[in-house]
Ligand binder design. Structure first.
Ligand SMILES: CC(=O)N[C@H]1[C@@H](OP(=O)(O)OP(=O)(O)OC[C@H]2O[C@@H](n3ccc(=O)[nH]c3=O)[C@H](O)[C@@H]2O)O[C@H](CO)[C@@H](O)[C@@H]1O[C@H](C)C(=O)N[C@@H](C)C(=O)N[C@H](CCC(=O)O)C(=O)O
Ligand SMILES: Nc1ncnc2c1ncn2[C@@H]1O[C@H](COP(=O)(O)OP(=O)(O)OP(=O)(O)O)[C@@H](O)[C@H]1O
Ligand SMILES: N[C@H](CCC[C@H](N)C(=O)O)C(=O)O
Ligand SMILES: [Mg+2]
Length: 500
């Protein structure tokens, strides 16, 4: 059993007072889950001040409080008080300590970037499972501890949930794991202090300005994860795996050079993992990979040039984690469908329907462009933008969709607390002279697009991908683009029968 005193060495310059010999059972920054023996970490959050919950944490049996301030004068020191400069960092350190640092017992690949994290972690996990039989994954869609898969709540969960999951992966015999590392996760120190073997940078384009404020702040949040690994290797030899066709990626590779091992990937000549002769059909892609002085023919059942980047990243990362490249290439040929990522939801009457999670300007442009390359008669794009998230991307998503599509149907995504009609108006401001129709009800929008399409057309339904809900101010409903698409297909008037 651990005491409060045992915890102190894992903290940065702690100032401790009060009874330090109490036994510790757990740690949390949420007073609502504090029990006997817990340490409560008081975090000044984005919305609430965790310090106001200190009395209730004590009442529930907390044995120590970690905060960025001293106890109020006159406050009885009935429980230990540990003052630190950064409570979020302290939470991550204590959580890892209580689980006995599971990250150091796994080959760990982390993936960050605006787009491609989920896809790259899925591909990485798939290769790891093929080679090691047991491997974990954590991200936007699922959490798999090597034994059981469940639905994820965050892309990168809080340190307590994260460390407990990694601990289960170790217990379940996983040799390695692939983790999505969101910019919120980095900024809130959810992965602080963790030893990664490979850190992947997919790209950086506009998103999340509601949270980070500027692109510079967004980029520096992402970069700080790499800087930290360069400065503190934590007993591993971490490798940074960076897309240098992305301008921010090229900048990052430059700054890290000589401070840590850097592997560059992309289509250009300077890439260590270089893709050449890219070709695709509706069923998949193939390209030549030049890496490590060798050449491989990579085939994968995925479409989109952007997915070639995700494949390069997964191959380089698994190689850095100890899996031979030829094994990775062989596994990629049988890569699974990532739910809601360029997912083909059926063909009927010569119409093909794709559901994709594109919810940024860059992703939407890529998704539309990829489908245009399949040379449809017309491309119909159904999309909207989420409420309570980066508003500045709305007209830019409109521009991206308008540029590549023949017809756009603007609709609602997850309006959350916002007025759906108002979000649609903000999107419309970026449509220019393009042909579009706005239909607030997403189900109706999907039906209109699918019923308007004809033989040779492609319908893209973008933004919600794998999501099985739609969030409004006052309710959350069951909603699945893939199910809606199938339903609309079935309800299509039969071209053989004369219309009544
Ligand atoms: C903006 C944001 O990221 N917020 C996250 C953050 O909240 P916070 O630390 O700011 O906390 P707060 O709500 O202000 O509360 C302050 C403190 O008081 C505590 N508290 C609060 C109430 C109470 O009764 N008792 C109590 O102790 C809270 O536990 C917290 O420690 O930390 C919480 C605990 O880990 C998260 O649940 C919460 O996620 C919110 C729900 C969220 O929506 N986050 C999204 C934006 C997010 O993180 N997304 C990224 C993906 C982005 C991408 O696509 O790339 C992700 O990684 O999932
Ligand atoms: N490497 C890439 N470059 C650009 N766009 C991509 C890339 N990979 C995927 N996309 C597009 O972005 C969408 C989201 O992909 P994915 O879910 O893999 O990204 P993510 O980074 O996990 O997103 P999130 O931040 O929401 O978790 C895809 O549906 C596709 O349209
Ligand atoms: N992880 C992303 C998800 C966006 C998905 C989209 N459907 C929306 O609701 O905006 C975010 O939090 O920005
Ligand atoms: Mg994701």
């Amino acid at each position: 059993m651990m005491t409060v005193r045992d915890i102190l060495p894992c903290l940065h310059r702690p100032l401790a007072s009060g009874p330090l010999d109490a036994l510790v059972t757990s740690v949390s920054s949420d007073s609502r889950v504090i029990g006997e023996g817990s340490i409560f970490v008081a975090i000044r959050g984005n919305q609430l001040d965790g310090r106001t919950y200190i009395p209730s944490a004590k009442e529930q049996g907390a044995v120590a409080i970690i905060a960025d301030c001293a106890p109020e004068t006159g406050d009885p020191t009935d429980v230990a008080w540990i003052q630190v400069a950064d409570p979020r960092l302290a939470l991550a350190s204590v959580a890892a300590f209580l689980e006995d640092h599971p990250a150091s017992k796994l080959r760990l690949v982390g993936v960050t970037g605006t787009n491609g994290k989920t896809t790259t972690t899925f591909l990485t996990h798939h290769i790891m499972k093929r080679f090691w039989h047991r491997a974990g994954v954590l991200g936007t869609i699922i959490v798999d501890d090597g034994d059981e898969a469940s639905v994820a709540s965050h892309t990168t969960p809080d340190p307590v949930a994260l460390q407990s999951l990694l601990g289960r992966m170790v217990d379940n015999g996983c040799r390695g794991a692939a983790l999505e590392v969101s910019s919120h996760g980095i900024d809130q120190k959810r992965v602080a202090g963790m030893a990664f073997d490979a850190l992947v940078f997919t790209n950086l384009t506009q998103d999340h300005l509601d949270y980070h404020g500027t692109m510079e702040a967004y980029a520096s949040a992402k970069f700080s994860w790499f800087e930290d690994a360069a400065e503190n290797p934590r007993g591993k030899k971490p490798v940074a795996i960076i897309n240098i066709d992305d301008s921010r990626g090229a900048e990052l590779a430059e700054t890290l050079d000589r401070r840590m091992s850097v592997i560059r990937f992309g289509f250009g000549l300077e890439a260590d993992y270089q893709a050449l002769n890219f070709r695709q059909s509706p069923r998949g892609m193939q390209f030549k990979l030049k890496a490590k002085g060798r050449e491989f023919l990579v085939r994968a059942p995925l479409i989109g040039r952007f997915n070639a980047y995700n494949i390069l990243a997964a191959l380089a990362a698994t190689q850095a984690a100890g899996i031979p490249l030829r094994e990775g290439v062989a596994a990629i040929a049988e890569a699974p469908q990532v739910p809601g990522r360029m997912e083909n939801c059926g063909n009927r009457d010569g119409i093909s329907i794709f559901v994709d999670y594109a919810h940024t300007p860059d992703a939407l442009e890529n998704a539309c462009h990829t489908l245009k390359e399949l040379e449809p008669r017309r491309l119909f794009t159904v999309f909207g933008c989420g409420g309570d998230r980066d508003r500045r991307k709305r007209p830019l998503m409109a521009k991206a969709a308008a540029r590549e599509s023949d017809v756009c149907i603007i609709t609602s995504d997850n309006p959350r607390s916002e007025d759906p009609e108002e979000i649609i108006r903000e999107i419309e401001s970026g449509m220019g002279s393009a042909r579009y129709k706005s239909v607030t009800d997403r189900s109706e929008a999907i039906r209109i697009a699918i019923h308007a399409a004809g033989a040779g057309d492609i319908v893209l339904i973008a933004g919600k991908g794998h999501e099985t809900y739609q969030k409004f101010a006052d309710r959350t409903i069951d909603f699945d683009d893939r199910r809606e698409a199938r339903r609309a297909m079935e309800e299509r008037p039969n071209p053989e029968e004369p219309r009544r």
